[in-house]
Design a protein around this ligand. Structure first.
Ligand code: SF4
Length: 341
């Protein structure tokens, strides 16, 4: 079970928070909600809704959510909830996956424009073409993909379990889609497998170069660098730690004497890190906040949209039954595999 990464008033929750196994991780302090955040909590309770937020969401949304986490943590949380409605503060493929795992629940995405460039980099047609090229390969697809692509895949993975997913497969031949940077990183961890990698990428992460990280580090030579595996190889090579966003919260605890951390991923995670470690400094790897390590899709939802979603039921996610059945198999196979980190 993934660990919640921000505090909420337990009396407002429909889904009990799991107990943290990470006893060395300082819990985030209780925050004072704004009137609008209090209204979100009130309406969520009234409607028996759970609010989930990805670690890249705006801080005000992470703070008001029942649970904030990475893709794997959110997927697990979706399985646990007994709420009637899931308000998913993230991007479309995440809300779609929540619907696939909970067909009987109403899943809402507060802004339908919140897509994902990485998910868009692989279409059913392009996957079909790659599968024809590599007919003997087992298809492992990153969760950042459409329901149709998941349904055409053998198993899904996230950045938190990709190596374990590949090791769990009997076949030595793997076709990994769609993120080439994650694929290259994970292939090195499973040298016993032949991993063919699709050529998609996340533009938010792929834009960052190792020399930019080194430049940021030059003014803070003692800083610890933590990178997301969607980053390019030169960034990963410069990093002390490479992991999913929720695992970054654990990794900071490995360096009790370090004062400064350089974070190579979308800047929204810095909100969580700063809450857990108020005495430490977290610096975006591009040297500024919100310039380049900024996902425009993840920032398309704001607090009024969340409230509107709760009040009006905007925007309900639906998935074709046949597609959902295929995608569910790939997701369920993934969820049976333990987290790497
Ligand atoms: S950060 Fe990249 S992978 Fe994540 S939602 Fe944005 S575009 Fe997609």
């Amino acid at each position: 079970m993934a660990t919640p990464t921000q505090p909420v008033d337990p009396s407002t929750l429909k889904t009990p928070l799991p107990t943290s196994p990470r006893c060395n991780i300082p819990s985030a302090p209780k925050i004072d909600w704004t009137p609008m955040q209090q209204e979100v909590r009130r309406v969520a309770k009234e409607k028996n809704a759970v609010v989930l937020a990805h670690n890249y969401q705006l801080g005000e949304i992470q703070d008001v959510a029942d649970f904030a986490g990475d893709s794997l943590g959110l997927a697990l949380q979706v399985q646990e909830t007994d709420a009637d409605t899931i308000v998913f503060c993230g991007v479309h493929f995440m809300a779609e996956s929540a619907k696939i795992m909970n067909p009987e629940k109403r899943v809402l995405l507060p802004n339908l424009s919140a897509g994902c460039a990485l998910a868009d980099s692989i279409s059913p047609e392009s996957l079909e073409e790659w599968k024809e090229r590599y007919p003997d390969h087992t298809v492992v697809t990153y969760i950042n993909s459409s329901a149709e692509v998941k349904a055409m895949s053998d198993i899904c993975c996230t950045s938190a379990n990709a190596a374990s997913v590949i090791r769990s497969i009997d076949n030595d031949k793997i076709l990994f889609t769609p993120d080439k940077n994650l694929g290259n990183w994970v292939a090195k961890q499973v040298p016993e497998k032949e991993v063919v990698i699709y050529d998609g990428c996340c533009p938010t992460h792929d834009v960052l170069r190792g020399v930019s990280v080194e430049k940021t580090k030059s003014s803070m030579p003692e800083a610890i660098i933590i990178a997301h595996p969607e980053c390019r190889e030169d960034v990963i090579e410069a990093a002390h730690e490479v992991c999913s966003t929720s695992a970054m919260i654990d990794r900071v605890a490995k360096y009790p004497d370090a004062k400064t951390f350089i974070i190579a991923t979308e800047w929204g995670i810095i909100h969580q890190l700063q809450k857990h470690y108020p005495d430490k400094e977290f610096v975006s790897a591009d040297g500024c906040i919100g310039c380049r390590l900024h996902c425009p899709y993840m920032k398309m939802i704001d607090l009024p949209m969340v409230l509107n979603s709760l009040h009006e039921g905007f925007y309900e996610i639906t998935v074709d039954d046949d597609v959902a059945a295929g995608a569910r198999k790939s997701l369920e196979r993934m969820l049976a595999v333990p987290r790497d980190n």
